[in-house]
Design a binder for this molecule. Structure first.
Ligand SMILES: *Cc1c(COP(=O)(O)O)cnc(C)c1O
Length: 347
């Protein structure tokens, strides 16, 4: 990989992003961009509704890819600019965010400490296996599953003379979200090369950074599509609901990138009726969605995020909320490494 990739995000040559300051934030190249934008004709024919395109952020290339790669380019950029030598973050045992953080650290010559909920399993599988292969140190925290112990562990590392950089939960602070402002510019350039007019962008929303960035990007790049997050987790992060968090983060992100705009509740479209049995639980709807996309397109969704979001898209098509006059971009945020530990629920 290149320190400055030849075809990385085109913020330098993009007039709108020049109006914002995303292009001025320190960035460490970690993935391959632009990610492909492909049409899913066979899936669309099977569902009989809108035209469906897929933005393949599962192919960012960083240790099996995913949406956190975009955020980490800016987060690691800041960590390096601050002279830090260690990344610290946390999440669930099968966190895609933690796996991409471990790989980003390895690719950047940094140490990585991961604060994971639960207990060490007998066999490390899926994302956890990849964390270990990338050399991450794991701290198991039992019932605390949302990185509650990150500050304590970072303080311990600092006391040992390390310079830790705390990557926020899910990479979802304004810096991480700013990467998705850029991502709208990237998508826009792909659509403007003869692509269709898009009515909806649909994706899984969890810690809120992806959605906040897409909301700001849509406004900054004057796109007209609806930014539709599908909630995948019943619990919010900390005290606030996901909806409140996305709104707050959108305003913080707009400020960070110098885009003058005040977002309000109406800008946040978050669909929470497709939660099924909750975070990481594969029910009939998720299983159907994962198998349908694999069988019609040979594309692998994941059991926790994109499987639920696709179940939501299928639900909206069956409810005739999305019809033949719509064109949807389904943002594939990655996560396939978690298919393997969920094998029993999938087939
Ligand atoms: C983290 C993640 C999401 C959610 O993105 P947020 O920015 O946290 O809302 C969606 N899909 C996958 C595969 C993820 O790993």
């Amino acid at each position: 990989m290149f320190d400055v990739a030849p075809f990385n995000m085109a913020s330098d040559m993009d007039p709108v992003s020049k109006q914002t300051t995303v292009g001025n934030l320190p960035r460490r190249s970690l993935g391959f961009f632009p990610t492909p934008l492909v049409e899913l004709r066979r899936l669309a024919a099977r569902l009989g509704g809108p035209r469906i395109l897929m933005k393949r952020d599962d192919l960012t290339g960083l240790a099996l890819g995913g949406n956190k790669t975009r955020k980490l380019e800016l987060l690691v950029g800041e960590a390096l600019a601050q002279g830090c030598d260690t990344l610290v973050t946390g999440g669930a045992a099968q966190s895609n965010h933690c796996r991409q953080t471990a790989a980003a650290a390895a690719a950047s010559g940094l140490a990585c400490h991961l604060v994971l909920g639960g207990e060490a399993p007998d066999v490390a599988d899926g994302n956890l296996l990849l964390d270990l292969l990338c050399g991450a140190r794991i701290h198991w925290t039992g019932p605390l599953r949302k990185g509650e112990k990150i500050p304590e562990i970072a303080a311990g590392l600092a006391a040992e003379g390390k310079k830790p950089y705390v990557v926020p939960y899910g990479g979802s602070g304004p810096i991480g979200a700013a990467a998705f402002v850029d991502a709208v510019g990237e998508l826009g350039r792909q659509l403007d090369e003869g692509g269709p007019t898009v009515s909806h962008v649909v994706f899984p929303s969890s810690s809120g950074g992806t959605q906040a960035g897409l909301v700001v990007g849509k406004a900054a790049y004057r796109r007209w599509f609806d930014v539709v997050g599908i909630g995948i987790d019943k619990e919010g992060v900390g005290e606030v609901t996901l909806r409140e968090r996305v709104l707050r983060l959108a305003n913080e992100t707009a400020r960070l990138v110098g885009f003058e705009h005040a977002f309000s509740a109406k800008d946040i479209i978050l669909r929470e009726e497709y939660l099924g049995a909750g975070y990481g639980i594969v029910g009939d709807a998720e299983r159907e969605a994962i198998r349908l996309v694999a069988e019609t397109e040979g594309v692998l969704l994941d059991p926790v995020y994109t499987g639920k979001a696709m179940a939501g898209l299928i639900g909206m098509i069956r409810e005739r909320e999305l019809t033949g006059s719509d064109t949807v971009v389904f943002w594939h945020t990655g996560g396939a490494p978690a298919l393997f530990p969920h094998a029993r629920e999938l087939v």
